[in-house]
Design a protein. Structure first.
Length: 213
């Protein structure tokens, strides 16, 4: 789009065009010089045509990936206290992991689910939607705070008659393996030391009795 502007500047300068009129002196009169001031106007006009072009800048819209919504909020804490579910999503079911699954192995389960979805031959929009849901579940399950609140909500929802503290819902797996048997304590040196002390006591008693006789 072209914009044309014309600027006209007029400068007026007044000057005195002095035209002398001389009269010859007459006898008995003084000579008089008359000056007729004739105004003069000087006009200077300058014209400048300024043309400016404005270019339309196209702003490309950049799609920023949305962050998964966080479960940590005052409203969700209040709902968990009342025994109400804070979300309808089954994050354990999406990732295909049981409760108490180790947090450091959630990424492995997430990658397996991603490959499984990609191999199903879904349409692009459906695949994108499923991957976003899977990513949301991964974010919740891999965060200690998010997962603890989610587990606490599940525990409160399943048993509303019993109150559970937030840290009562343990997200770490319970160890089911039996601890290795401890080695039997070697009491031989202890017995030797005990016998030595007992021998010194007996000897000292015998010597003290014999010296007193």
């Amino acid at each position: 789009m072209a914009v044309s502007s014309t600027t006209t500047t007029t400068i007026c300068i007044s000057g005195n065009n002095i035209v002398p009129v001389y009269q010859s002196p007459k006898l008995g009169f003084l000579s008089t010089n008359c000056f007729h001031v004739k105004p003069r106007r000087l006009c200077i006009r300058s014209s400048s045509d300024v043309s400016a072009e404005t270019t339309d800048t196209e702003v490309e819209s950049i799609e920023v990936p949305k962050e998964p919504p966080s479960l940590i909020s005052a409203l969700n804490v209040e709902r968990a206290l009342r025994g109400l579910p804070i979300t309808d999503a089954d994050h354990y079911g999406r990732l295909g992991i049981p409760r108490g699954y180790p947090s450091n192995k959630v990424a492995v389960a997430y990658n397996n689910k991603v490959r499984e979805l990609e191999s199903q031959g879904l349409e692009e929009e459906e695949l994108k939607k499923q991957l976003e849901l899977l990513r949301e579940s991964y974010t919740i399950m891999s965060s200690v705070e998010e997962r603890r609140l989610y587990d606490w909500s599940l525990a409160r929802t399943e048993n509303t008659g019993r109150y559970n503290w937030p840290y009562e819902a343990d997200i770490t797996p319970l160890t089911t393996e039996e601890s290795p048997p401890e080695d039997p304590e070697d009491v031989g040196p202890t017995r030797v030391v005990g016998f030595v002390f007992l021998g010194w006591i007996v000897i000292s008693v015998v010597l003290s009795i014999s010296l007193n006789l």
